[in-house]
Design a protein around this ligand. Structure first.
Ligand code: PHB
Length: 415
């Protein structure tokens, strides 16, 4: 459908109630072109609005639980990208449908189906937790719904489960920690303990760290884990103290990350055994644990003080709009909005042009606050990974740990 297809509706009729249970865009277009036109001729002029249908976006993010703040930042970032375009993308206003996924994989099928089957969204945006995203990706593959993933790193989604209609705008779990092992080995650490939650994100980050550290000559002497979102770290910290590795590396995020940083310091380990992690350990949590986090070094595809005008301008506008500092999650949400907007502009708002949309997303070059990135053949960002150090309330940029890192995308048959 073209963005100028007329949608016929009485002036008092709200777009929300008209489209929440209405036909899909292509069906709306079909109706507008056939029976709709005859009805329009019979209506007095004030009742005729030539405006494109709203694009229905299903936001499936956590607004409760350990990752609630991450969901909020993604939502803020996405909406900021839309606001920069006057509230429209590809000339179309947006109608949002939201679901709190609670970072609960068991509820993923029901929550995703609510958006896909009941609300009939055009695009799904979500989510944070890898286990929930795996459930979303399964349904997106089955139904052909366009899915944009603004965080969850589950390797399989851009590996064996990759699909033409699924794009990730964040990272794969393999990516941010892959350079960490090399960094730690270069800093003279020969042995390390890995610790994380036992689920896809923790396990895959651990495997990637081990690969990088051992290739660089180090040895992972023990892998410790606890179920998500458990934060009873004491017994594991006692085990670390007994093992006495040269260093510890971890994946934790959100409220659990803040608790881990605090507990690590409280156990007296911070000054004895250096703690490293993927940057999720210290992103978005520094207000809560600033003192205990000072000096921690992490790797991630964003830092708070990147030497770029683009990032500075983004950070200023975000802080003004939301009265808080942006973090990696805000950037990922923002980039998701940029990718969708660029693709919608490429097809001139014609969401029915699926091939055109997919082609535009595959060829996207994102002028992101994190630095310019491109989409891999498996639909995952090819991006720089930074080494950062906590100073004050910021994850300060130290250096580029790995330039233009692409996920290996094992098992993906696209492209
Ligand atoms: C994930 O589950 O994939 C995940 C969650 C939170 C993060 C990063 C990855 O910060």
């Amino acid at each position: 459908m073209t963005p100028t297809d007329p949608i016929i509706q009485p002036a008092a009729h709200t777009a929300d109630s008209a489209s929440a249970s209405g036909p899909t865009p292509s069906r709306r277009a079909f109706l507008a072109r056939s029976g709709g036109t005859a009805a329009a001729l019979a209506l007095p002029a004030p009742f005729i609005h030539a405006q494109p249908a709203k694009l229905k976006v299903g936001m499936m993010l956590p607004s409760s639980g350990a990752f609630a703040a991450l969901g909020t930042a993604i939502n803020n970032g996405f909406k900021m990208a839309v606001a920069e375009r006057g509230g429209k993308i590809g000339g179309r206003e947006i109608e949002y449908f939201t679901v709190d996924d609670e970072s609960n994989p068991a509820k993923a099928p029901e929550n995703t189906n609510r958006l896909v089957q009941r609300d009939k969204v055009d695009v799904l945006v979500g989510t944070v937790h890898s286990g929930v995203a795996l459930g979303m990706a399964k349904i997106a593959r089955e139904t052909g719904t366009l899915l944009l993933i603004p965080n969850a790193g589950a390797d399989d989604i851009t590996g064996p489960m990759c699909s033409p209609n699924i794009f990730r705008t964040s990272f794969s779990n393999w990516q941010p920690v892959h350079p960490l092992g090399k960094v730690m080995a270069e800093r003279g650490h020969k042995t390390a303990v890995w610790i994380s939650w036992k689920y896809a994100a923790g396990d895959e980050s651990g495997a990637s760290f081990k690969q990088g550290f051992e290739r660089a000559g180090g040895k992972v002497v023990k892998e410790l884990g606890l179920p998500f979102p458990n934060v009873e770290f004491q017994p594991l910290l006692a085990e670390i103290a007994a093992l006495k590795p040269d260093a510890v590396a971890c994946f934790f995020a959100g409220a659990g990350a803040a608790k881990f940083v605090a507990d690590y310091a409280a156990a007296g380990l911070k000054d004895k055994i250096p703690l490293y992690g993927s940057g999720f350990l210290t992103d978005g949590v520094l207000q809560a644990v600033q003192a205990q986090a000072q000096g921690l070094m992490t790797t991630l595809h964003y830092a708070d003080s990147l030497p770029s005008a683009r990032d500075k301008e983004f950070r200023t506008r975000y802080a003004v709009a939301y009265k808080m500092q942006p973090d990696v999650y805000a950037v990922q949400g923002y980039d998701t909005g940029l990718v969708l907007a660029q693709a919608m502009e490429a097809v001139k708002g014609d969401f029915g042009n699926k091939q055109g949309l997919i082609k535009a997303m595959e060829g996207v070059k994102v002028d992101s606050p994190r630095g310019t990135w491109t989409m891999s053949k498996a639909h995952n960002p090819i991006q720089d990974i930074y080494l950062r150090r906590v100073e004050g309330e910021q994850n300060k940029y130290v250096s580029v740990a790995w330039k233009a890192l692409a996920d290996p995308a094992r098992g993906c048959k696209l492209g």
